[in-house]
Design a protein around this ligand. Structure first.
Ligand code: SF4
Length: 373
């Protein structure tokens, strides 16, 4: 018998017959709903899966997806981009960061613009590449601009660990890691929110476990399903949520049981706890300051912290987004990208006005890419 290839496995999770079967089961369950159901997919990866496979079109009229704040580039405020550009413009400095970060507009341009003007800005696929760059450029300061939610934080912690253990003296960190639960809490604490249930990102829970969502089910009484990113995963998660609502339950359920459990990756959590701690507050673009929503280096590692070392030159400006940009409302699940007057006109992936169009995970980029007008 031929062995099962990875692609066969993925084709199973994209099987059109299975997706149609799930759509039928959802429609049947949805006929018992007492009111329309708005499901927020927290993560931009889910938004893209939904748009790519047209899953929104397979749902009955009384169930709608609304898009959440789980795209790390989309929520990065201009001030943090301004920090990165200021650091990039320092003499003998190399900035290292992950992909889309170099395209996000700060107050006066992007890291990409700074690079075009002569700054040494490099993007890497793995944070550990920063170590190699630092070793190859010992006469320069290398600053790693760390971004991402819980999923990518352990990679930064591993880089910190290696930097210290290998006694690397020219690698520094500008930490912009953010956390999903405080953002969800902020959305629910807004009395005008329209969220009935959540699809939680599985990759976050691979690290942090499903336990991070317990409060939303137990205190806020909102059902949560931790879901994989394939279309069958998402449709099965919707079915699980509709069943919870119909049965009057609000629980955290794990659809992506192939990799997620309640506790998560304890070793990764310990590594994060060794180097990083929660900030009092962090500004989410479009949402404002959110208590406890960001991470920073612990004080004992201040000698690696670019925010501490260069605090005198880093700007502290408050920067407004374009007044017609609806990113803030989109990230709260209160607007859709195609309701923005600039969508696909002044704002496209080539000429992005707001961060939701920059990132490959952004909701506006997803609507544009998959032709939703
Ligand atoms: Fe902002 Fe552009 Fe999206 Fe409009 S289309 S909300 S301007 S990112």
């Amino acid at each position: 018998m031929a062995s099962l290839e990875l692609k066969d496995l993925y084709e199973g999770f994209r099987n059109s017959d299975t997706i149609k079967l799930l759509a039928n089961q959802i429609a049947k369950e949805a006929s018992n709903l007492s009111k329309d159901l708005k499901i927020m997919e927290v993560c931009g990866g889910h938004t893209h899966a939904i748009m790519k496979y047209g899953l929104n079109q397979l749902l009955p009229k009384n169930i709608k997806f609304i898009h959440g704040p789980g795209c790390p580039v989309c929520v990065m405020p201009k001030n943090r981009i301004d920090h990165a550009i200021t650091l990039a413009n320092m003499k003998d400095t190399i900035i290292v960061t992950l992909g889309d970060m170099i395209k996000v507009l700060g107050s006066h341009g992007t890291l990409q613009d700074a690079r075009a003007k002569g700054a040494d800005v490099r993007f890497v696929y793995s944070p550990m590449d920063a170590l190699k760059i630092a070793n190859e450029n010992t006469d320069k300061k290398v600053i790693y601009i760390a971004i991402g939610f819980e999923t990518t934080t352990p990679m930064t912690s591993a880089l910190l660990h290696s930097t210290i253990n290998q006694n690397i003296k020219n690698l520094f960190f500008h930490i912009n890691h953010v956390l999903v639960p405080p953002a969800m809490r902020a959305l629910l604490d807004d009395e005008t929110n329209n969220i009935d249930a959540f699809i939680g990102p599985s990759h976050v829970s691979v690290i942090s476990g499903s336990k991070i969502y317990d409060e939303f089910a137990n205190i806020y009484k909102k059902p949560v399903v931790v879901s994989g990113f394939e279309p069958v995963d998402v449709m099965q998660s919707v079915l699980m949520l509709v069943k919870q609502i119909n049965e009057g339950r609000s629980e955290v359920e794990i659809q992506y049981s192939r990799c997620v459990n309640h506790e998560g990756n304890i070793n990764a959590q310990k590594l994060n706890d060794k180097y990083l701690e929660i900030r009092d507050k962090f500004e989410f673009r479009g949402l404002g300051d959110i208590k406890g929503s960001g991470l920073k280096l612990k004080d004992e590692f201040a000698f690696l912290d670019a925010e501490v070392i260069y605090k005198d030159i880093l700007p502290h400006n408050i920067c407004e987004d374009h007044k017609l940009c609806l990113c803030g409302e989109i990230l709260k699940g209160k607007a859709l990208p195609n309701e923005c007057k600039l969508f696909a006109k002044a704002c496209t992936p080539v000429t992005p006005v707001g961060s939701c169009m920059v990132s490959s995970e952004g909701a506006c980029a997803a609507y544009y890419k998959y032709g939703i007008s």
